[in-house]
Design a protein. Structure first.
Length: 115
């Protein structure tokens, strides 16, 4: 059974930092491209950052130079270090694992940034 379990969300003040983690199980983690997406009510999922199986990274323009994605192939985890958080970063953040047609999602973790 595949599980992606996110942790680390919460309430933070404008300019603060949070670190999200996603622990994967039930997949051959090293093969998977991993990513963080976010969603606010009424809008579609937005890619925040991704890291491929060979550790190439992509960031949304809005988070470049503020967020850092990393993966640990031994632990089967990805992290998202979020710095200088803005109110517009408020969303539910989802972990994603993708390998060909295999596409898995976590349950999401809420991040709220107060003005």
């Amino acid at each position: 059974q595949v599980q992606l379990v996110e942790s680390g969300g919460g309430l933070v003040q404008f300019g603060g930092s949070l670190r999200l983690s996603c622990a994967a199980s039930g997949i051959r983690f090293r093969l998977y491209d991993m990513g963080w997406y976010r969603q606010v009510p009424g809008k579609q999922h937005e890619l925040v950052a991704s890291v491929t199986h060979d550790e190439s990274t992509v960031y949304a323009d809005s988070v470049k130079r503020r967020f850092i994605i990393s993966r640990d192939n031994v632990k089967g985890t990805i992290d998202l270090q979020m710095n200088n958080l803005q109110p517009d970063d408020t969303a539910v953040y989802y972990c994603n694992a993708r390998w060909f047609s295999n596409d898995f999602w976590g349950q999401g973790t809420q991040v709220t940034v107060s003005p």
